[in-house]
Design a protein around this ligand. Structure first.
Ligand code: GLU
Ligand code: ZN
Length: 302
C-alpha cells in the first residue's frame, strides 16, 4: 500500500504555502489509490502549541483534505527517538558538540537553512565534558549520496563537503528534525514524501540516517515554493495569506482552485474541490520554478 504523509509543525496557523504542500501531497498519493497520513511535528515543545494542531486539522477538513487513520504526534514518540539515538551512539557515530553559535544554527527549523553552513567538525576530537551542556552530532563520512527526486530529478551531494557532521539532538535535549523525520517516516511505513523544495538538500542527510538505521528511504518528491512579493518563502509573517484570514474571505473550493491553477492543474483559478482534481492530477503539469503570490485572485465564489 502506497503511503504519503503531511507533517506540519503546529507553530502557527497554516498559510497558503502549507496548504499548497498539503494539497499536492494529498493529490499525489490519493491519485494512486494510497493512504495519506498526518503527523503533527510538535517535537519542538518551545514553539509548538496544541491549539495550532487543532486548527490545522480543522483547516484540512474544511479544505476537503481528509487524512487516513489517527494523527501521529512526535511529542509522544520520544522513547522511539531515544532508542534509535542509542543505536547510533553504540556504533560510535556521535559526539557532543559544545559550540554555541553552531548549535544555534543547528537549532534552526528545517526551512531556515537557506544559507547553509558546513560544520567544520570542531568538537569531533574534543574530550567529552559530561557536566557541560552539549548538542549531539552525527559523524558523516566522505560519501556522495545521490537520489532521484520525483519532480526535480537527480540530486546529489557529498556529506563531508556539503553538509558536515550534523546535529541529531539539540543542546536543550530536543530531538533534531533530521533524526525524527527519518525514524517516523520509516516506522509509519511512508513510501512517498512530498514537501517544499527548500528541503531538497536535506534529503541526502535523511537517506544517510535511514541507511545507518537499516531503513529504506521513501521516494522524495519536492515541489516549488510559494514566495511573497519580497521573494521570501511564505511563512507566518504573511498574515494576509494565513488560513485565519483566507477562511474569512474565500470558500474552500476557491482556495483549492487558486492553488490548483498555480500548480498547473487547471487553466484558470476557478473553484474546485481536491477530489475533483484527482483524475487529472499529473506531476508533469506542476512547475519546478518557485511561484510568487500576492493575493488570491479570480477565485470568487462559484
Ligand atoms: N515539520 C516539517 C515542516 O513543517 C516537515 C518537513 C517534511 O515534510 O519533512 O515543514
Ligand atoms: Zn562543536
Amino acid at each position: 500500500m502506497l503511503k504519503g504523509r503531511f507533517a506540519p509543525s503546529p507553530t502557527g496557523r497554516m498559510h497558503l504555502g502549507n496548504v499548497f504542500s498539503a494539497l499536492l501531497s494529498w493529490l499525489s498519493v490519493k491519485s494512486k489509490g494510497g493512504q495519506w497520513l498526518l503527523r503533527i511535528e510538535d517535537i519542538d515543545t518551545q514553539r509548538s502549541r496544541p491549539e495550532y494542531a487543532q486548527l490545522l486539522m480543522d483547516d484540512l477538513q474544511w479544505l476537503g483534505l481528509p487524512w487516513d487513520g489517527e494523527p501521529v504526534y512526535q511529542s509522544q514518540r520520544t522513547e522511539l527517538y531515544q532508542q534509535h539515538f542509542e543505536r547510533l551512539q553504540a556504533q560510535g557515530l556521535t559526539y557532543p558538540c559544545y559550540c554555541s553559535r553552531a548549535d544555534l544554527l543547528a537549532a534552526q527549523a528545517p526551512h531556515e537553512s537557506d544559507a547553509r553552513t558546513v560544520y567544520a567538525g570542531t568538537c569531533r576530537h574534543l574530550p567529552s565534558q559530561p557536566e557541560k551542556p552539549a548538542a549531539t552530532r552525527l559523524i558523516v563520512p566522505d560519501k556522495t549520496i545521490a537520489f532521484t527526486d520525483g519532480h526535480y530529478g537527480l540530486h546529489s551531494l557529498n556529506l563531508t563537503h556539503d553538509v558536515g557532521d550534523f546535529v541529531i539532538r539539540r543542546k536543550d535535549g530536543a530531538w533534531a528534525y533530521q533524526l525524527a523525520v527519518v525514524i517516523d517516516d520509516a516506522l509509519m511505513d511512508i513510501s512517498e514524501v512530498v514537501r517544499g523544495c527548500d528541503l531538497l538538500h536535506s534529503s541526502p542527510q535523511q537517506i544517510y540516517v535511514a541507511q545507518l538505521l537499516g531503513y529504506m528511504p521513501p521516494q522524495f518528491i519536492h515541489l516549488p515554493l510559494l514566495r511573497n512579493t519580497a521573494g521570501q518563502r511564505l511563512s507566518k509573517r504573511d498574515r494576509s495569506l494565513d488560513m485565519a484570514t483566507l477562511r474569512q474571505q474565500h470558500t474552500a473550493p476557491a482556495i483549492v482552485g487558486f492553488l490548483a491553477h498555480l500548480a498547473g492543474l487547471q487553466p484558470h483559478p476557478s473553484p474546485i474541490t481536491p477530489h475533483a482534481l484527482l483524475s487529472t492530477f499529473d506531476w508533469r503539469k506542476v512547475p519546478t520554478t518557485d511561484i510568487t503570490v500576492a493575493e488570491i485572485t479570480h477565485a470568487t465564489n462559484p
